[in-house]
Design a protein around this ligand. Structure first.
Ligand SMILES: O=C(CO)COP(=O)(O)O
Length: 251
């Protein structure tokens, strides 16, 4: 199937120039498994993208945390997919729950953004996930299916999409969704609604309180193809999380 383990570090709205330099030193000096085993994608805030691009080791890649849904122009405060491509940024994270919930990004809007970013040649980490209320009311699968469907209806191909399942109640809370049943349900959804090939090849990564202590156990779960890490991606333990990719190798 060849789904290479993907570890994303979402720095969110954090960092100063000094802190970014420190994180980069840690990343650059770390011993990491080879690029054949793990794909590492670091996602700093927009203002640090150029700096990270010039200082980060070559075997790690970079993602922006958002981009505009259409061609750039008179959209004050937005950053276009074209700009990211021009800057040499290969990835973008779209549909993070913090944007869905705090900035009212709808499923349709996230789908539009994903389709446009793909059309410009960007690779997309598309985030889906339910709130605690939705989980408790038993609608987890319906919620993540609707989020995924809005992407599927707009995206013309899946080879440059990784899905990140990030239950809102697990983000920054220390709570982890385990066992990760939703991953196999999402893969089944891809199988039933898009096809075999996409279901077999799309990476479904997990986000929500992943840290150096729990990463190995999570990595070992079937259908978990990597992580999207928040808080721990700012700390040296991010290296341990990257190394957990080797769990898959020995599986
Ligand atoms: O939102 C996340 C990554 O995008 C997860 O955040 P935490 O790892 O801090 O829970």
């Amino acid at each position: 199937m060849g789904r290479k383990f993907l570890v994303g570090g979402n720095w969110k709205c954090n960092g100063t120039i000094e802190e970014v330099k420190k994180i980069l030193t840690t990343l650059n000096e770390a011993e990491a498994p080879s690029e054949d085993v793990v794909e590492v994608v670091v996602s700093p805030p927009f203002v640090f993208l150029s700096m990270v691009k010039s200082l980060l080791r070559n075997d790690f890649s970079i993602a922006a945390q958002n981009c505009w849904a259409r061609k750039g122009g008179a959209f004050t405060g937005e950053v276009s997919a074209e700009m990211l491509v021009n800057l040499g940024i290969p990835w973008v994270i779209l549909g993070h729950s913090e944007r869905r919930l705090l900035l009212n990004e709808s499923n349709e809007f996230v789908g539009d953004k994903t389709a446009y970013a793909l059309s410009q040649g960007l690779k997309v980490i598309a985030c889906v996930g339910e709130t605690l209320e939705q989980r408790e009311s038993g609608s987890t699968l319906a919620v993540v299916a609707a989020q995924t469907k809005a992407i599927a209806e707009r995206a013309s191909f899946w080879s440059n999409i990784a899905l990140a399942y990030e239950p809102v109640w697990a983000i920054g809370t220390g709570k982890v969704a385990t066992p990760l049943q939703v991953h196999s349900e999402l893969r089944k959804w891809l199988h039933d609604n898009i096809g075999d090939e996409v279901a077999a090849s799309t990476r479904i990564i997990y986000g929500g309180s992943v840290n150096g202590a729990n990463c190995k156990e999570l990595a070992a779960q079937p259908d978990v193809d990597g992580f999207l890490v928040g808080g721990a991606s700012l700390k040296p333990e991010f290296i341990d999380i990257i190394k957990s990719a080797t769990v898959k190798e020995s599986a």
